[in-house]
Ligand binder design. Structure first.
Ligand code: HEC
Ligand code: HEC
Ligand code: HEC
Ligand code: HEC
Length: 359
């Protein structure tokens, strides 16, 4: 015997479920705020969800200073300590203060021994985390002094990326999947699998190595009305769109935060934030090429990607879903030693900045 559900019951059930959905919708209203960022009538506005912003604001609380900055000249760290290559020019009190802050920012649970050997020999470089940290100090100083056209005076500290964790939440590796042919079903050419890096769309997923490590051309739009002269393909266009989705998701904004959707290629009609983003692209390439990738040999194998490459940064490493990291908190003001390289590092010739092929 088969059990048949009378049709009126099914209809009744559907009606009840429908009603519940509608009730749930009104019970938890989505509070959105809209602010205009471009010319009126061009739809250049940001829509923010107040609930999400509230959560993000909570997560963006920055740790307090360990103790106030010492003014005046006590003995230098280079006189008191044995192996200080990056911060020797600080007075010893402020050096200790920075150690305490770095512990709060990077390894609050593990403490000093995350970067120092257990035997209490603070001068020893026998632990990879210390060697990485020294380079991180130099990288932070380089960002804050050389890339003010992106990070402005707000700048970054270790906390911007690390947020209290030894491994930042958002890092990337080369993805073996993106390069693989699709076996029996043919080559999917690195697309059509709803990858998280492109917001679960089916756009090409291999966006980080080409665009924010190497200097692949992002521009695809022709500048003539007739379809000749522009040799960019649909695949290349989709590839650019994949990257743009990463931008939008990293900053928690839509496309019109940086474009007038009437003409995605136009700089004249775009809000100023697009130019900031342009510098950001070059800045992230510089970070990945000159600082993060070269650390590969220092890391234990467990920290490397499936293809053996070092962990690298993208827009989300700093932004974490917010248009300005930590909503623009002015943390760096309390740590002037992270604003620029010390005299020892200034002796290095300035590092080569990557220049886009499409500049
Ligand atoms: C996130 C990594 C990290 C943490 C955590 C950390 N340190 Fe350091 N520490 C370093 C680095 C890197 C250097 C070398 C700086 C340089 O080369 O200028 C250093 C150097 C030192 C030195 C100088 C040793 C010498 O004689 O050369 C002392 C002392 C020190 N740290 C104390 C501490 C104390 C105390 C803590 C815990 C409150 C701590 N550190 C936590 C990374 C760290
Ligand atoms: C632009 C973002 C960024 C900033 C700023 C930054 N870091 Fe990092 N840091 C990274 C990335 C990316 C990694 C690689 C993650 C990994 O080890 O898997 C990393 C790794 C590390 C590691 C190794 C952790 C491990 O367990 O492998 C330490 C220690 C560290 N950073 C300390 C610091 C310190 C100290 C500062 C500030 C002086 C700093 N970082 C600033 C992005 C950043
Ligand atoms: C955070 C800012 C930002 C956001 C958000 C953003 N873009 Fe872009 N977009 C840029 C920048 C900067 C360039 C130019 C890159 C370059 O020239 O190196 C660009 C380039 C483009 C191009 C190529 C233009 C040309 O000249 O051929 C297209 C198309 C595009 N974006 C579409 C989008 C779409 C669609 C979205 C939303 C999914 C989006 N963008 C979100 C900053 C942004
Ligand atoms: C090293 C950390 C870091 C990385 C990585 C980073 N940014 Fe930023 N970005 C910042 C900081 C800090 C600011 C705030 C500067 C200020 O206060 O004006 C900022 C500001 C911006 C702004 C301007 C926001 C506004 O409303 O004024 C845009 C747009 C932007 N970033 C886009 C990007 C894009 C796109 C990427 C990836 C290609 C990126 N950022 C990567 C640190 C970073």
């Amino acid at each position: 015997m088969t059990l048949t559900i009378p049709p009126f019951l099914t209809r009744f059930a559907i009606a009840i479920v429908g009603l519940l959905v509608i009730l749930a919708f009104f019970a938890a209203p989505i509070a959105t705020e809209t602010s205009q960022r471009g010319y009126r009538g061009t739809g250049q506005e940001v829509v923010l969800n107040a609930n999400t912003v509230e959560r993000q604001l909570e997560a963006s609380q920055v740790p307090a200073e360990p103790w106030p900055l010492e003014e005046g000249d006590g003995p230098l760290a280079s006189e008191v300590y044995e192996n200080v290559q990056a911060l020797g020019h600080l007075n010893a009190g402020n050096f200790d203060r920075l150690m305490a802050a770095m512990t709060e920012w990077v390894s609050p649970e593990q403490g000093c021994t995350y970067c120092h050997t257990e035997d209490g020999n603070f001068a020893s470089d026998d632990i990879y985390t210390k060697v990485v940290s020294r380079r991180m100090i130099q990288m932070t100083q380089h960002l804050n002094s050389q890339w003010t056209n992106h990070v402005a005076q707000t700048g970054v500290t270790c906390y911007t990326c690390h947020a209290g964790q030894p491994v930042p939440e958002n890092i990337w590796f080369d993805d073996p999947d993106a390069l693989h042919a699709g076996g029996l079903v043919g080559d999917r050419a690195g697309q059509n699998i709803a990858a998280p890096e492109v917001g679960m769309t089916s756009l090409p997923q291999d966006i980080f190595r080409p665009f924010i490590h190497d200097e692949a051309n992002i521009r695809v739009i022709g500048d003539e009305a007739l379809p000749h002269g522009n040799e960019r393909t649909i695949k290349q266009t989709e590839w650019t769109y994949g990257l743009m989705i990463h931008f939008s998701e990293s900053l928690g904004v839509n496309c019109t935060y940086c474009h007038n959707s009437n003409n995605f290629g136009s700089w004249e009609q775009a809000p100023a934030s697009r130019a900031v983003a342009w510098h950001g692209i070059r800045m992230v390439r510089d970070l990945n090429v000159n600082y993060l990738e070269p650390l590969g040999p220092v890391y234990p194998e467990i920290r490397l990607g499936p293809l053996g490459d070092a962990p690298k940064a993208n827009c989300a490493t700093c932004h974490q879903g917010v248009y300005k990291p930590l909503f623009g908190a002015q943390m760096l003001a309390d740590y002037p030693s992270l604003r620029e390289p010390g005299p020892a590092d200034l002796q290095d010739p300035p590092r080569q900045q990557t220049s886009g092929l499409n500049d």
